[in-house]
Design a protein around this ligand. Structure first.
Ligand code: CAA
Length: 254
């Protein structure tokens, strides 16, 4: 049982492994995810992160571990601080989902920037059937991604979506054949990893910061400031001159 990280070039692959419980996330796994995030943050060569659970992404938070919590105990059990750190990783992140992505598992996928799933994947928020609601970003991030009505339907009924329906409403970016999920995520990650980390960081920061802002005018001003600032980077000069000289750019990530 555990969550661990390995590296393939500039791509960090975080694996969730607790097959006997369909990768249900307990406190120990979340603490291990926290440690993986810290390690990835310290590695400046990483340009993309994949989060993957084989057979199942994660069937939610561990119900057995939290069933008898009181409100204070439930707060201590909360996953949001770690999921927020996932959101704040400076480079793009991809959830590669096979099988079940339910409850806290789907919320973990929502804390990633991009989502790919297998054609048999089932995505949902079953919490209402347990007498609770999603509590690790589900009621907040899902409506922003798929709209309030679709999020409310998922959360109020507890019904899971098929991969096809999840793609149709924009909950996942791409559906691939079962068994090809990690390969497809790696292909996307490799494409991203060829880009400048400096540019990826500013792009991700602008998107996340813009989504937190209510004024479009202020958000566009923030974007313009970030954009012009990029003209101080080596990679902007390299990217544009490579185009003009009809060659591939060689980015230095600065
Ligand atoms: N917590 C603890 N154990 C879990 C689990 C979970 N979320 N999901 C599955 N398991 C365990 C089962 O207890 C079972 O263990 P045993 O073999 O020891 O009995 C094992 O995994 C296999 O599960 P099933 O026998 O139930 O497998 P199935 O194929 O019949 O059903 C399933 C699969 C529909 C996913 C079903 O396991 C299920 O409904 N799981 C719970 C899903 C859920 O409610 N998730 C939300 C949790 S609450 C949450 O996440 C709160 C939050 O917002 C943070």
């Amino acid at each position: 049982m555990g969550i661990s990280v390995r590296y393939e070039g500039a791509v960090a692959v975080v694996s969730i492994h607790r097959p006997e419980a369909l990768n249900a996330l307990n406190r120990e796994l979340i603490d291990q995810l926290d440690a993986c995030i810290s390690e990835i943050e310290s590695r400046k060569e990483v340009k993309c992160v994949i989060l993957h659970g084989s057979k199942n992404f994660a069937a939610g938070a561990d119900i057995a571990q939290m069933a008898d919590c009181d409100p204070e105990g439930a707060k201590a059990f909360a996953f949001s601080p770690v999921y927020n750190r996932m959101v704040q990783l400076p480079v793009p992140t991809i959830a590669a989902m096979e099988g079940y992505a339910l409850g806290g598992g789907l919320e973990l996928a929502l804390a990633c920037d991009l989502r790919i799933c297998g054609e048999s994947a089932k995505l949902g928020f079953p919490e209402i059937g347990l007498g609770i609601m999603p509590g690790a970003g589900g009621t907040i991030r899902a409506p922003r991604l798929i709209g309030g009505a679709k999020a409310m339907e998922m959360i109020f009924t507890g019904s899971s979506l098929s991969a096809a329906d999840a793609e149709r409403i924009g909950l996942v970016n791409r559906v691939v054949s079962d068994g090809d999920v990690l390969t497809a995520a790696m292909e996307m990650a490799m494409k991203i990893a060829k880009k400048s980390r400096a540019a990826l960081e500013v792009a991700k920061h602008s998107i996340l910061a813009g989504m937190e802002m209510t004024s479009v005018t202020e958000a566009v001003a923030m974007e313009a400031e970030n954009w012009s600032g990029m003209f101080a980077t080596y990679d902007q000069k390299e990217g544009m001159h490579a185009f003009l000289e009809k060659r591939k750019p060689s980015f230095a990530d600065r």
